[in-house]
Design a protein around this ligand. Structure first.
Ligand code: OSB
Ligand code: MG
Length: 369
């Protein structure tokens, strides 16, 4: 496939309710979508997971657009005949910017797989056709409001609950939710780097709630801090922000800093690197699950296909489209039935765009050639 043109499309979509984490509160998403045009009429879409501000990782959506235009797209145009599997190697000389690289690889994969009348799940060698679905629950103003939200998700049938925590929103909310949902339902927490090594004793107080895992309590760079917590606590430590490549994954496992790995294709530079991380975790007997970044139906469909790989033994943050959106930009938004999401069985990344809705939420489109 020869890259011919690239459409950069910005959409703004309101969340159904505010989503607050230890790094900030969001009421809407400003998302960059990519439309890949191959020289022989191939066409595909990718979704960039970068947020508006560099508060989760160093990338942010305006910066991604610049990097794509000035650095990534010119290199791909110059490369001539390529496959999606070549993209990571072509872009290897560019340091960092995994979310930008993942987005363009995603658009190229969608185009290539559709042209070959196959899909990402088959391309990755994944076989499952349904996967357990978890939901990520933000920090709420009061415990009563949190319990009302969690109760709603339990009624919708989710297979596990993840609570966002931060200092002063941890022990008591987790205790209250554990009492509400009972001892058997899967529960985990995510701190998005809000704690430090000095908090290890405090974090061990979460052990009594029988959590599946604690996700990224400390800074992205602090593998030793995570290893010390893992040694002190009975709750498995899971890394999210720290896992930026297969290399960092292998190091974190060897150091004892991670007993569980959250794989987000955007954070690690793409679905193909995600596959490599999955494989090395399976070889090391480390469970993995697929994280989310408040994606539209494009990213949600692709994530579901990735999570169909056998090593994804824990429920992912692949919730129903309605968890975040009143109306999605795809024709067949993902739903949760009996705590599971059906892996799409459709070409490419497995979604079909609702072009009317997409046009309605688009506020800017540019074409690079
Ligand atoms: O840490 O997993 C995270 C959303 C944005 C940025 C980081 C995270 C999240 C979530 C939501 O927890 C996951 C989802 O899309 O359901
Ligand atoms: Mg996380």
């Amino acid at each position: 496939m020869r890259p011919a043109r690239l459409e950069l499309r910005r959409v703004r979509m309101d969340l159904v309710s505010p989503f607050r984490t230890s790094f900030g509160s969001q009421t809407d998403r400003d998302i960059l979508l990519l439309r890949w045009f191959g020289a022989d009429g191939e066409e595909g879409w990718g979704e960039c997971v970068a947020l508006s501000e560099p508060v989760y990782s160093p990338e942010f959506v305006d910066g991604v657009e610049l990097v794509l235009e000035d650095h990534i797209w010119p290199r791909l145009r110059a490369a001539g005949e390529i496959t999606a599997d070549d993209i990571a190697d072509i872009l290897e000389p560019l340091r960092g910017h995994p979310m930008a690289k993942a987005a363009i690889e995603m658009a190229a994969l969608d185009a290539e797989l559709r042209a070959n009348d196959t899909d990402l799940r088959r391309h990755l060698g994944a076989t499952r056709d349904r996967i357990p679905s978890g939901v990520s629950v933000g920090i709420h103003p009061t415990i009563d409001e949190l319990l009302a939200a969690v109760g709603g998700y339990v009624d919708e049938g989710y297979a596990r609950i993840k609570l966002k925590i931060e200092p002063d929103w941890d022990i008591e909310p987790v205790r209250a939710v554990r009492e509400l949902i009972g001892p058997d339902m899967a529960l985990q927490v995510d701190a998005n780097t809000a704690y430090g090594r000095e908090d290890i004793d405090h974090l061990c107080r979460l052990d009594e709630f029988d959590l599946l895992l604690i996700e990224q309590p400390m800074a992205e760079e602090d593998l030793i801090g995570h290893a010390r917590l893992a040694a002190a606590s009975t709750t498995p430590v899971c890394l999210d922000e720290s896992i930026v490549s297969a290399r960092t994954t292998a190091d974190a496992i060897e150091l004892g800093a991670a007993g569980v790995i959250n794989i987000k294709p955007g954070r690690v530079g793409g679905y193909l690197e995600s596959r490599r991380i999955h494989d090395l975790c399976v070889a090391a007997d480390v469970p993995v699950w697929c994280g989310g970044m408040l994606e539209t139906g494009i990213g949600r469909a692709a994530n579901a296909m990735l999570a169909a790989l056998d090593g994804f033994t824990l429920p992912g943050d692949i919730s129903a489209s309605s968890r975040f959106w009143a109306r999605d930009i795809v024709v067949d938004p993902i739903t949760v039935v009996d705590g599971h999401v059906a892996v799409p069985d459709a070409p490419g990344l497995g979604f079909e765009l609702d072009m009317d809705e997409l046009e309605r939420v688009t506020y800017r489109t540019r074409l690079l050639d």
